[in-house]
Write a protein that binds this ligand. Structure first.
Ligand SMILES: NC(=O)c1ccc[n+]([C@@H]2O[C@H](COP(=O)([O-])OP(=O)(O)OC[C@H]3O[C@@H](n4cnc5c(N)ncnc54)[C@H](O)[C@@H]3O)[C@@H](O)[C@H]2O)c1
Length: 356
């Protein structure tokens, strides 16, 4: 709280305070636990929530599009806890020294509507996106996969590689980005990760021998990162970057050969790779595979595609994971974002506390 000669100190009550996790504290929390452990635990947390899919309120995210990018709200609730994330996607930001994706999020108790956590989610989004990719891959990727191609070496890249290492045991990551500086950055960051890092000069070279192909590029347009002739049988494609109307990464012919798995079809049909396909293009919901109600990988020639767009339930899982992990730590500050009048009806009276 601020204090000065003019303004009295106004101590909020317990009811006014909620934990706030700043970017700095999120960084400390991740290192305290260990990043690979966080990725493994988050993968399990997301999978746990996908198993109880019916319990969640679901809606395609609410998007506000502009020429430069998109700002989105992603709400959901399991009936006890409500959560939402604010997130943007602005591919041109990078040229101005800003990030493509930034986010923050909140959890609240459904019974009172009172918030119980406010946190940065830029780092948490990278972690949860990587965890969701790993969750999908452990149900869909070829058995004993050891090598992953990582096309697009931006902010998400290292998180994706480490999650596939920690959860699936991949040993090699093959990098490619149109900007060699991005590849050099990712190679540097992964140098001591235990992964064999191979920097490549084309997508074609990057996917050589890779059982998982992750595409994670940012461009506000239909792009063709992979064409049909590049993709052999038996691979798993983890397509992250196509997540907005008009923004895709794969040639549609790949989708004609692949079995496609999605988070929430009404959102993915708007935003995912499948926006290129007819409305009746068949997809399988990932939660059904996780529950054993639908088949994942059928055989070693099948091309599986996780058409990832990012769904609110994954953010909910990440938020509840952070809330749990904060217990007994000091990786948060308490902030008073709830007004707490002595008499609930006397909000005006509370305002007078700060009067000279
Ligand atoms: N599915 C999800 O849940 C989810 C979550 C987070 C981010 N995303 C999306 O993932 C993408 C990547 O996010 P980021 O934060 O890493 O962005 P970023 O801007 O940090 O990195 C993107 C990288 O892609 C590279 N790139 C662009 N076009 C390319 C091409 N044709 N071939 C190879 N590389 C190319 C750029 O040079 C850049 O290094 C974005 O489109 C973002 O919207 C999806």
């Amino acid at each position: 709280m601020f204090a000065s000669k003019e303004v009295p100190v106004i101590a909020p009550s317990e009811k006014a305070l909620i934990p706030f996790v700043s970017v700095e504290n999120m960084m400390r929390l991740v290192h305290h636990i260990g990043i690979e452990k966080v990725l493994v635990e988050l993968t399990d947390a997301v999978e746990e929530d996908f198993r109880r899919w019916e319990m969640f309120d679901k809606t395609p995210r609410i998007a506000s599009h502009s020429r430069e990018g998109v700002i989105e709200l992603m709400p959901t609730s399991d009936g006890e806890i409500y959560g939402f994330k604010y997130v943007n996607g602005h591919p041109k930001n990078m040229a101005d020294g800003l990030q493509t994706v930034t986010a923050f999020g909140l959890l609240a108790t459904v019974s009172t509507g009172y918030p119980v956590l406010l946190t940065e989610m830029t780092l948490l989004t990278a972690l949860r996106t990587a965890a969701t990719s790993a969750m999908a891959a452990r149900h869909l990727a070829p058995r004993n996969v050891r090598s992953m191609a990582m096309i697009g070496n931006g902010a998400q890249a290292e998180f994706q590689a480490l999650a596939m290492k920690a959860v699936l045991g991949i040993q090699e990551v093959r990098l490619y980005d149109i900007d060699a500086k991005a590849t050099a950055k990712t190679a540097r960051n992964l140098a001591n990760s235990g992964l064999t890092v191979t920097s490549c000069t084309s997508s074609q070279a990057a996917i050589e021998g890779a059982g998982i192909i992750t595409t994670c590029t940012a461009d506000k347009q239909y792009a063709t990162i992979l064409t049909d002739n590049m993709v052999g049988g038996g691979v798993h494609i983890n397509a992250i970057g196509g997540d907005c109307p008009g923004k895709t990464e794969l040639h549609r012919d790949i989708l004609l050969r692949a079995d496609t798995f999605v988070e929430y079809p009404p959102q993915t049909r708007i935003e995912g790779e499948i926006q290129q396909m007819d409305a009746d293009y068949p997809v399988t919901e990932l939660w059904r595979v996780i529950r054993g109600e639908a088949q994942g990988r059928r055989d070693d020639r099948q091309i599986t595609l996780f058409d990832s767009v990012g769904f609110a339930v994954e953010d909910f899982s990440a938020l509840r994971y952070v809330r749990e992990k904060l217990k007994g730590t000091d990786f948060y500050q308490e902030i008073d974002i709830i007004a707490d009048p002595d008499d609930p009806r006397d909000l005006f009276g509370m305002l007078q506390r700060a009067k000279d």
